[in-house]
Ligand binder design. Structure first.
Ligand code: HPA
Length: 275
């Protein structure tokens, strides 16, 4: 697709969302098991992805497919309830699309969440981890293709992709909530198969603390567009080969649900603390 056509579809999506649910300059992308967050908002307005021009729709259980704007902790926030992944067959265009729409809507802050496997042996299922950095092991980059100069530069700097100031705010909010949170490096693999034990050993040697199948495309796209990003992983399981049991998606969803309350109050406080 030509650059001008891409921008026209992105702008059409941005106007559709703004028409239905304007008024939030912070967006939260809710990952697996954290989809219940939108239910905690009041005064909600929503629009299904299927009604937003060009918006990619997810096929994964636990990922609803709805843009919801509402109030929590006295602030307006938008929630992207459900996201698409590379393993569903999406390419750079689809993976970048939602965040580019946010950029054109004037969104300032993105909070991106996910379910992840613990690679760091000190972690345990149910832990919440603030992303301090990422490693892109997915083999793809969401900025592949013609650069949209109206959104950002061809070769964007990723030195501060996970915004220091938001990490500090998230830590402060955790302390206020009496919540013990982790910090670490998130490694993205494409999936959909979970990793092999050898891959997990490799990642630990290379500096990863958690592994998952999402989030990095959104971080890169947001950083390119000048949107500040906070990343949070819910450690739903220890990664492959660490414990004797095998991994499955239902356990991922179950642990996600178990921490949903803690997670939601923490995020509400973070949002309240963002100017
Ligand atoms: N690996 C990759 N993605 C995941 C995992 C995992 O162990 N747990 C939740 N999402």
């Amino acid at each position: 697709m030509k650059k001008a056509e891409m921008l026209a579809v992105i702008d059409a999506a941005a106007s559709k969302i703004t028409e239905v649910c304007a008024g939030a300059d912070t967006v939260l992308i809710a990952g697996s098991g954290l989809g219940g967050f939108a239910e905690r908002l009041s005064d909600c307005k929503s629009v299904p992805y299927s009604e937003i021009p060009g918006f990619p729709c997810s096929t994964v259980p636990g990922h609803a497919g709805m843009w919801v704007t509402g109030t929590i902790g006295g602030k307006r926030i938008a929630v992207m309830n459900g996201r698409v992944h590379g393993y569903e067959g999406n390419g750079a265009y689809e993976l970048a699309f939602p965040v580019r729409v946010m950029a054109r809507m004037g969104v300032k802050t993105l909070i991106v969440t996910n379910a992840a496997g613990g690679v760091n042996l000190a972690f345990k299922p149910g832990d919440l981890m603030i992303l301090t950095d990422y490693i892109n092991f997915s083999g793809m980059n969401p900025l592949t293709g013609a650069n949209i100069d109206e959104i950002g530069p061809r070769f964007p700097d990723m030195s501060n992709a996970l915004t220091r100031e938001l990490i500090a705010k998230a830590k402060q909010a955790a302390a206020e909530e009496g919540l013990d949170v982790r910090e670490g490096v998130y490694a993205m693999m494409n999936g959909p198969s979970f990793e092999s034990p050898a891959e997990i050993r490799m990642m630990r040697i290379l500096g990863a603390d958690a592994v998952g199948m999402s989030t990095v495309p959104e971080i890169i796209t947001a950083c390119h567009a000048g949107i500040k990003v906070l990343g949070i992983s819910c450690i739903t399981n220890m990664a492959a080969g660490i414990l004797a049991e095998s991994l499955n998606h239902l356990d991922v969803l179950e642990i996600g649900n178990r921490v949903a309350d803690r997670f939601a109050s923490w995020v509400a406080r973070i949002v309240a603390n963002i100017e």
